[in-house]
Design a protein around this ligand. Structure first.
Ligand SMILES: NC(=O)c1ccc[n+]([C@@H]2O[C@H](COP(=O)([O-])OP(=O)(O)OC[C@H]3O[C@@H](n4cnc5c(N)ncnc54)[C@H](OP(=O)(O)O)[C@@H]3O)[C@@H](O)[C@H]2O)c1
Length: 349
């Protein structure tokens, strides 16, 4: 037996992963809590399906007997990852997800010993967040083994999905985060900005965000100081700064209910994904003034998420895994992302 579950298969990203998986000849078992949507999707692709919510423990356990691993696509993962990873540990099944949430990654890292005992791999962040940036981080560390500081940045040229907006909205009042002296450290929202040269004449103002690499890049590289930047429109930058003062209000339940309901369903269309691309940049430096800089180009974020998640799934199902908590680059090396068509890496300095 060599198969996997896609839980949250009827979400925007789950559905996209399902479609691409079928095109690759894979036959995942689809799962989720929405019976009508999961059944409809499964029938469309002639796949098996199971319907259960994450608090239906018996049905979750029974479902896990039927596969070797889970590709968890139901987010926000701070609300969904715990029952799934616990069930994977109990049933000795590999766990992967597409989270980019720092707290979720750290909660997974804390299960390292249990995963080793169970002989399974736990790998959060097998999508756009964090595969390309994790590979870039380890590439930079390999170029400068004495690195003490790491800065990463990405510029996503494309639209974001319902679930991504829902996750961002949920975290709106929580401010920012960086890694300082090895510890995840809270900083104000939009704490720092800097000009970033993404190449091809594209120079943009990056702003710090609490991105998954603040957690993962430390596990991959051991570099103790990490900041992650992204590019946002000037109006969004103002909003981020305003959230330092209004964040508490936006985090209240009535405000969250209101904001969450306003998020449109779905995500970028096929045509939008085809037009989009992602530019990444990274810099590592040490205390002696040595500095290296590299750039990475990759497909649009959701396309990349699908391709990296399925690439990693194929590896795990073929027996290529390391028990314990793993990051993508740590388990599969810094060239992992270069296995994806349309991806290229350039050392600048
Ligand atoms: N790492 C990356 O680069 C990356 C890329 C893409 C997406 N993501 C993340 O992946 C998540 C999904 O994004 P999306 O745009 O695909 O979202 P979406 O279209 O809103 O779909 C969310 C899916 O999760 C399910 N779900 C949500 N809460 C659940 C719960 N408590 N129990 C069971 N199922 C639950 C939904 O089921 P129902 O239909 O029943 O509500 C749906 O199937 C988000 O957290 C997003 O940030 C990350």
């Amino acid at each position: 037996m060599s198969n996997f579950f896609i839980y949250g298969a009827n979400g925007y990203t789950g559905e996209l992963i399902t479609r691409y998986a079928v095109e690759r000849g894979m036959k995942p078992i689809l799962a989720g809590r929405n019976a009508i949507a999961v059944e409809e999707l499964a029938k469309k692709h002639h796949l098996e399906y199971r319907v259960f919510s994450l608090d239906e423990k018996d049905r979750l356990e029974a479902a896990l007997q039927e596969a070797d691993m889970v590709l968890h696509c139901a987010g926000p993962f701070s609300l969904t990852s715990r029952p799934m990873v616990e069930a994977c540990l109990r049933n000795k099944k590999h766990y992967t997800d597409i989270t980019g949430e720092i707290a979720v990654v750290e909660a997974m890292a804390a299960r390292d010993d249990k995963a080793k005992e169970a002989g399974i791999m736990i790998m959060p962040g097998v999508g756009f967040d964090v595969v390309p940036s994790d590979c870039l981080a380890l590439h930079l560390k390999d170029r400068l083994p004495s690195a003490t500081h790491l800065s990463l940045a990405f510029y996503g040229m494309g639209r974001i999905s319902h679930g991504t907006q829902a996750t961002m909205t949920m975290n709106i009042g929580k401010g920012g985060a960086i890694r300082k002296n090895g510890k995840i450290t809270h900083v104000p929202a939009a704490w720092k900005t800097r000009e970033i040269d993404f190449g091809e004449g594209i120079v943009k103002t990056g702003v710090t965000i609490p991105w998954g690499d603040v957690a993962t890049a430390f596990h991959s590289t051991g570099i103790p100081n990490i900041e992650v930047f992204t590019v946002v429109p000037p109006s969004a930058l103002k909003m981020m700064k305003a959230s330092r003062y209004l964040g508490w209000l936006l985090a209240t339940k009535p405000a969250q209910d209101f904001l969450q309901k306003k998020i449109p369903p779905g995500g970028p269309t096929d045509a939008e994904r085809a037009r989009g691309k992602t530019l990444l940049w990274g810099e590592a430096s040490d205390l002696n003034g040595n500095r290296v800089e590299s750039r990475l180009q990759a497909p649009e974020g959701y396309t990349l998420t699908v391709l990296t998640a399925l690439n990693i799934t194929e590896k795990i199902l073929s027996g290529n895994f390391t028990p314990g908590f793993q990051t993508p680059a740590k388990a599969f090396g810094p060239d992992l992302v270069l296995e994806i068509d349309g991806t290229s890496l350039l050392d600048v300095q």
